[in-house]
Design a protein around this ligand. Sequence first.
Ligand code: C5P
Length: 220
Amino acid sequence: AQPVIVAIDGPSGTGKSSTSKAVAAQLGLSYLDTGAQYRAITWWMVNNGIDIEDPTAIAAVAGKPEIISGTDPAHPTITVDGTDVAGPIRSQEVTSKVSAVSAVPEVRTRITELQRSLAASVEKGIVVEGRDIGTTVLPDADLKIFLTASPEARAARRNGELKGADVHATREALIKRDAADSSRKTSPLAKADDAVEVDTTELTLAQVIECVVTLVEEKR
Ligand code: C5P
């Protein structure tokens, strides 16, 4: 059988990562977290003193860091020039800077190439989660899902992950990042015309996973 390619897009806090990992694990597919790649290149920029406000400076070094993603949904890994950055890419500093870095076209071209070559190398198939997978990275994906949820539900979920954070501040930060991601010129966060939209506000994670697994099985 041909490998099955599943694209899962949507704003932050809709359950993309949890859903994508679980669906990949259940179906024996590979998994790629493209947000982690944008976070990794942002981490490298911060670490190397690149001015995040200067797109020309970012573009000039976009090809420098070597970013390697592991695609096992049970143990997703990410390294930059051989350093494990799975922890540091989740810092508040990286989170607040990633939208600016990922809006730079040279960064997107570079990361998109990595994503396409990974997707082309898998045997059974892959679940790829992000913002522009269905629209730009893998427009021929077998199944495209667009996850949504109310801003309140998204902030509450993110707060559950961040323990002790202020819900109001989390909500504001999420809204700001989604607005930046949706309004950038180069491949913004958007639902592909042929994507299936799933509103997860009133659903449990288990229900969302079941819904996506069923949709994938219909395509196989
Ligand atoms: O999914 P996550 O919240 O980790 O993504 C971090 C950031 O990476 C997003 O806010 C967005 O700026 C960027 N991103 C992107 N395109 C993708 C995935 C993530 O621009 N396909």
